[in-house]
Design a protein around this ligand. Structure first.
Ligand SMILES: [Zn+2]
Length: 474
């Protein structure tokens, strides 16, 4: 006996870039798509077998989205120290389990985790596969491989890079290959190299990148790299990595080599775009927002050229930071690719589905609505081709089907926010006499007059401390 789902009446966007087909049925058998369009009817279902019928009239039926850059263990960190030092790995793991459900709820049925704390990503992938955790299909890296000059070694040498860091320092080719072997032994699907944070220098030599790539490939694993600058991308192309992250400001000759290599580029515009365009909502200073916008504009120029040269762009959101919370903005990356890379809505959907399936590996034949593909499907109340932003509205993602199973969620529970683990923050600025009295009357100020950065938790905590102290002294 098979289980069947017949979705009828909806407009199908199949994810391959083909035009949308109105009033097109999709038939699912167990975890696989049986037929799309002609042949997708109850005729092919043996008598007596149960079928779930979904009327999608007026709606869009499309493959679930894939996010090539979703850090499941980052925990919506506001500060790097929170990510690397403060949250315990036990709590971080539990939060990850909570967060991947939010990702799935938003219509993202596949993710690749390009690095994070310990082997939490591996555990999460296994927990999802076992049915312990409700989450998308998943592949994962372990800790980023960084040199003393790469993206994960940001603390003073006296502090070093602790085991709880999202990165692991490897300074020689031998150490790099050893770490690749160690991570593969511990179950990663891919290796994440962290080159220089901003792309203005090379933290790894090209020979080292090639050595890590060869080591990963010998073990049948994938490898990607945080590569923002031209030299970093050149190094990733020469090293024959499987896909490349960022690529912000690229020279023409780099773009040419990248196009020739056929290696996909995952621009990851969301982190910059949210800080630059939306950061004002949470008090990101104007100067910083302007800087993020300038970097985004520079990236836009490279991305337009890259697309013209034939580079495949895939969707990744860098979800996991406070600026990119889980389940909130994955689909905004499509909007940003339209704005900053000149894609059409149909092209952006292709970048988030069939083109992006590469990051899920061979065991996951998904990303398109076609017979034989894995049945990861979303039904959207709206037309993303008319307005791509409908994909960002959770209430419009009416149905999420993963591996042929209609998912159910408790939206009220998922809407809850979790506390953050702030760093040892003492005070956001200097409390000088002038700041307090500013030439005004010398009366004792109400602390709430200064609550401009919204740190209510700190204030509440101070109130509690004061109350306790008062109690103890009475
Ligand atoms: Zn990232």
């Amino acid at each position: 006996m098979s289980s069947w789902i017949l979705i009828s009446g909806g407009t199908v966007i199949d994810g391959t870039g083909s035009p949308a087909v109105p009033d097109c049925a999709v038939l699912v058998r167990d975890d696989t798509i049986e037929a799309v369009g002609a042949g997708a009817s109850t005729d092919s279902i043996p008598r007596g077998e149960e079928v779930v019928r979904i009327d999608a009239t007026g709606k869009t039926v499309m493959p679930g989205l894939i996010d090539a850059h979703c850090h499941t263990s980052f925990g919506e960190a506001r500060m790097q120290e929170e990510q690397d030092l403060y949250t315990s790995h036990e709590l971080r793991t539990l939060r990850s389990a909570w967060n991947v459900t939010k990702v799935l709820r938003s219509g993202v049925t596949g993710i690749s985790d390009p690095g994070g704390s310990y082997f939490i990503g591996v555990g999460m992938r296994e927990g999802i596969a076992e049915g312990l955790v409700q989450g998308p299909r998943m592949t994962t890296a372990g800790r980023f491989l960084s040199t003393s000059n790469g993206i994960a070694d940001w603390y003073p040498t006296s502090v070093g890079v602790p085991d709880s860091s999202i990165g692991k320092v490897v300074n020689t080719a031998d150490e790099m290959v050893t770490e690749v072997r160690h991570q593969v032994k511990n179950g990663v699907d891919l290796i994440k190299i962290g080159d220089s944070p901003l792309g203005d220098y090379e933290a790894f030599s090209r020979d080292e990148v090639k050595a890590m790539s060869d080591a990963a490939h010998r073990l049948n694993k994938r490898i990607t790299m945080h590569a923002r600058g031209s030299n970093n991308v050149d190094s990733a192309v020469a090293g024959e990595l499987d896909w490349i992250m960022h690529g912000n400001a690229l020279r023409d000759d780099t773009i040419e080599r990248l196009a020739e290599s056929k290696i996909p580029l995952c621009p990851v515009l969301l982190l910059l775009g949210n800080l630059g365009e939306l950061g004002g909502a949470v008090g990101v200073p104007q100067g910083l927002r302007d800087a993020y916008m300038r970097l985004t504009e520079a990236t836009a120029e490279s991305l337009h050229k890259a697309r013209e040269a034939g580079v495949t762009l895939i969707v990744g959101s860098d979800t996991g930071f406070a600026v990119t919370p889980y389940g909130e903005w994955h689909a905004r990356e499509l909007e940003l690719l339209m704005r900053y890379a000149g894609m059409t809505a149909l092209e952006a959907i292709k970048a988030a589905t069939s083109d992006c399936a590469i990051v899920l590996g061979e065991g996951n034949d998904v990303g398109a609505l076609a017979a034989g593909k894995g049945a990861d499907i979303i039904i959207v109340d709206g037309d993303p081709l008319a307005d791509i932003r409908v994909l960002q509205q959770k209430e419009r993602i009416e149905t999420v089907i993963l591996r042929g199973e209609v998912q159910t969620f408790d939206d009220e529970v998922l809407a809850q926010r979790r506390p953050y683990d702030r760093a040892q923050h003492i005070c956001p600025s200097e409390i000088t006499y002038d700041v307090v009295y500013n030439g005004g009357p010398e009366t004792q100020p109400d602390p709430r007059d200064f609550d401009s950065n919204g740190d209510r938790e700190l204030l509440d905590e101070l109130d509690d401390l004061a109350a306790t102290a008062a109690q103890e002294s009475s």
